[in-house]
Design a binder for this molecule. Structure first.
Ligand SMILES: O=C(CO)[C@@H](O)[C@H](O)COP(=O)(O)O
Length: 218
């Protein structure tokens, strides 16, 4: 089952509640929320208070992607703000295993993200604990970048590990996804699709989300 997760990084921040309602009514599965700290990534987006204030606009799953250094410092705050899934970067955690345990201790789903240049070997001793792996198909920090082709091989390699070990774990892909390349990432093994500009910059969000689902599932 494919899940569509529009990234609100591409939404109109002055009308965030309204823009979340639009993707909710269009039938998205997750609301993908990109938190950036200006240190782990060269950009600052928003944090806990904004997430808390948009929580009332939808019941959809809040899929919070933390592009921040040492995220363990803030897991409790993001849980209280309304996160359902928390993704941390392998590159940003000194103690990845304990950060994942902390996320799970709050009853949240836990995911690890890998930057484009990070090997899947970083997942070797943690993947069995995860609900999801996030493959970054652009360098994190900005929306609207070009999809990095080597991500396809990375997705397939992760899929092989998951199938080989025989457990359940979603594979999310994020960055440069459009209606033109989404089928390739699904064929490679991804089942959670993040798209920011392809959805929010489209003329009709409703039909674009439906088109994403149709392309992925057929
Ligand atoms: O995390 C990020 C960027 O760091 C992504 O979620 C982007 O926001 C996706 O945007 P598009 O590439 O789809 O415009």
């Amino acid at each position: 089952m494919i899940k569509i997760a529009p990234s609100i990084l591409a939404a109109d921040f002055a009308n965030l509640g309204h823009d979340i309602k639009r993707i909710d009514e269009a039938g998205c599965d997750y609301v993908h929320i990109d938190v950036m700290d200006g240190s782990f990534v060269p950009n600052i987006s928003f944090g806990v208070p904004i997430i808390k204030s948009i929580r009332e606009y939808t019941d959809k799953v809040f899929d919070v992607h933390l592009m921040i250094d040492e995220p363990s410092r803030y897991i409790k705050d993001f849980k209280e703000a309304g996160a359902d899934i928390i993704t941390v970067h392998a590159e940003a955690c000194k103690h990845l295993h304990s950060t994942i345990s902390l996320i799970k201790s709050y009853g949240l789903k836990a995911a690890v993200s890998l930057n484009p240049a990070t090997s899947i070997s970083a997942l070797e001793y943690i993947i069995d604990e995860l609900d999801m792996v996030l493959v970054m198909s652009v360098n994190p920090g900005f929306g609207g970048q070009k999809f990095i082709e080597s991500s396809l091989h990375k997705i397939s390699a992760i899929k092989d590990v998951i199938c080989g070990r025989g457990f359940k774990c979603d594979i999310q892909v994020d960055g440069g996804i459009s209606l033109d390349n989404v089928k390739q990432v699904v064929n490679a093994g991804a089942n959670v699709i993040v798209a920011g500009s392809a959805i929010y910059n489209s003329e009709d969000i409703n039909s674009t989300i439906k088109a994403f689902r149709e392309v992925c599932e057929n």
